[in-house]
Ligand binder design. Structure first.
Ligand SMILES: Nc1ncnc2c1ncn2[C@@H]1O[C@H](COP(=O)(O)OP(=O)(O)OP(=O)(O)O)[C@@H](O)[C@H]1O
Ligand SMILES: [Mg+2]
Length: 232
């Protein structure tokens, strides 16, 4: 058994356009993340970072190449099996949180926890996670009643509540101040140290420094990381 949680090989994605040839968003990406890896991905706007996260997260079918998560190709599954697989394996954290505004913190977290146990069990799990992420004093708040740092931590708890081992984060500190960004990065690092893997797109130098590995992206290709001790 391999400890690779994510293996991407020769990944390609083209977006058709009405006015001309397709946009080549991903042009042959190879990347492996092992349990414990926390990788920061940097690159100029439009180079394909979000497209890569969507293809990796079983949200957007690539045009070529392969994605294996825990050894399984999600695009070989039917759409409902792929949704269930995604819910079990992948957690997403976005710049704008995407919390459900009319649900409490506790219900937002429980919403994404996989069904399969009684509500009391899910609730106990959600409360435990929220305590771990320093949110147990905000269980009944709505997202609009939280600070932005708290909202992002709820989004992170929700991402891991289903038991996901791979977190895909797109500019997760983009809306946070330095202190809240630091807390979030500590928690992403702790998640990886606990046997998960994190692929984080960021423009934030502090976030990039906090990750264990760094890669750059340019015109749909991964390039060597700059200012980087990582030889991944
Ligand atoms: N649905 C789409 N149709 C056509 N082109 C698209 C579509 N989505 C993205 N693109 C193009 O694909 C390229 C990669 O987009 P992507 O969103 O992955 O970039 P990004 O690196 O995440 O940029 P940013 O840092 O601004 O978020 C861009 O040139 C973009 O214009
Ligand atoms: Mg993007």
């Amino acid at each position: 058994m391999t400890d690779a949680l994510l293996q991407i090989s020769a990944l390609e994605k083209r977006y058709p356009t009405k006015w001309g040839g397709p946009v080549l968003a991903l042009c042959g990406i190879d990347l492996t993340l092992r349990r414990g890896d926390f990788l920061a991905l940097r690159g100029p706007s439009g180079c394909g970072k979000t497209t890569l996260l969507h293809c990796v997260g079983a949200l957007l079918r690539p045009d070529g190449g392969k994605v294996l998560i825990d050894g399984i190709d999600p695009y070989a599954l039917g759409s409902s099996a792929r949704s269930a697989f995604r819910a079990a394996k992948v957690g997403f954290v976005f710049q704008n949180f995407h919390l459900v505004p009319y649900l409490s913190v506790l219900d937002n977290v429980m919403l994404c926890a996989l069904a399969g146990g009684p509500r009391s069990h899910l609730e106990t799990q959600a409360r435990d996670l929220l305590e771990k992420f320093r949110l147990s004093h905000r269980l009944r708040h709505r997202p609009s009643e939280l600070s932005v740092g708290e909202q992002q931590r709820v989004a992170l708890v929700r991402a891991v509540a289903g038991g996901a081992k791979l977190i895909l984060a797109d500019e997760p500190t983009g809306n946070l101040d330095a202190e809240n960004g630091g807390i979030l990065l500590d928690q992403l690092a702790a998640f990886a140290a606990d046997g998960g893997a994190v692929l984080m797109v960021t423009h934030d130098p502090a976030a990039s420094d906090r990750a264990g590995h760094r890669r750059n992206m340019q015109d749909g290709r991964l390039t060597a990381a700059t200012n980087d001790s990582d030889a991944n």
